[in-house]
Design a protein around this ligand. Sequence first.
Ligand code: ATP
Ligand code: MG
Length: 406
Amino acid sequence: MIYRAFLIKYSEIGIKGKNRYVFEDALCARINENLSRISDGFVTVREQGRIFLSCPEDYDYDRTVRELKKIFGVWAICPVKVIPDNSFESLTQATGDYVEEVYGDKEITFKVEARRADKRYPIESPKICADMGDYLLRRFKNLKVDVRDPQVRIHVEVRNNAYVYSEIIRGPGGMPVGANGRAMLLLSGGIDSPVAGYMIAKRGVTVDAVYFHAPPYTSEQALQKVIDLAQIISAYTGPIRLHVVNFTDIQLDIIEKCPRDELTIIMRRYMMRLAEHFARECGSLGLVTGESIGQVASQTMQSLAVTNAVCGMPVYRPLIAFDKQDIIDISEKIGTYETSIEPYEDCCTIFVAKHPVTKPLLHVIEKSEKKLEGSVEELVEKAIKTVRIINVTSSRIYDKGTPYAE
Ligand code: ATP
Ligand code: MG
């Protein structure tokens, strides 16, 4: 069967009224964006509760399905046969032709499921099912009806046209990116933060990212690894503006003046402050990290509270209650794992104390940070001024060097 169209289903729960348009707009935009990499001949049309996608001649079916499977908000992808004449006679005939072409003389149990989007259609859905079922039984000796647990459900949807389909390919679910505002992801080269970015984007949030680089202590390969990770997740999230911040001087200042066992926590607080600065510049409404309770010393409940105390905007931690193995499973599924485990060092691990504080107290940390007064402000300003912004998309990376250049 050569399909020339798809019905794209999305989960309708919770998207009523005005939200529905925002959701559908974002979904159509993402579909058009992803498929434009294959051809410019795809056309999306909204239909009640679904998106209808018509495909150009000679399009690549497998690649199209692969692209659609990466789009958040897509609940199911149904390759459909379009029946332009929706009179019942033509509908039954064409549905029979579809069954013949797809199932041939295979012995199958089936059930017809009809949906009448156009309520003016003269035959009601239960009667469409019954009459269509009868017709198919008469035409094919190898078919048997099973209304409880059929092997094949033959869906007939009557709209201006009619559609027939029986294959339902699951999409990733979630909400289309762009439907729910923007957030700034703290992206390191580890396993967790790329997964966190993927998960927040799955809720319809557009993702920007910031990486704290500490040359010469962290290498160019470490930076390249982060760019690679951004590129892998951008296949799902859409383009990412990756902010590369030179963190070396701030880190050295902390090392020089603050207790070594507090280094990680103080560093983390400076990362949050800087991330928030860039988040505001980008119009982001929150920060996103890959933190998970108890994973390491800087992620105990006490440490998270002290880190959180510097943030003036919400910090979203999609992995907060995940076990490491569950995070690894997702990273394998989305294709970031192999890159994440490359061995290049992270700025957090280089000078880290043997026994970092696990139960930091806010007033103690704030007192230590006082020692940075008079020097760190200028270093923070310099880090902001010298940020390098790399635009990462799944097909290319371009580095204009200037902030916010599209
Ligand atoms: P990950 O696997 O995401 O690196 P991790 O288990 O190594 O996480 P930490 O190193 O404690 O944990 O980092 C916790 C979170 O802080 C990360 O998930 C990330 O969001 C942020 N983070 C850590 N280091 C950096 C960095 N160099 N640049 C940007 N964000 C960072
Ligand atoms: Mg890390």
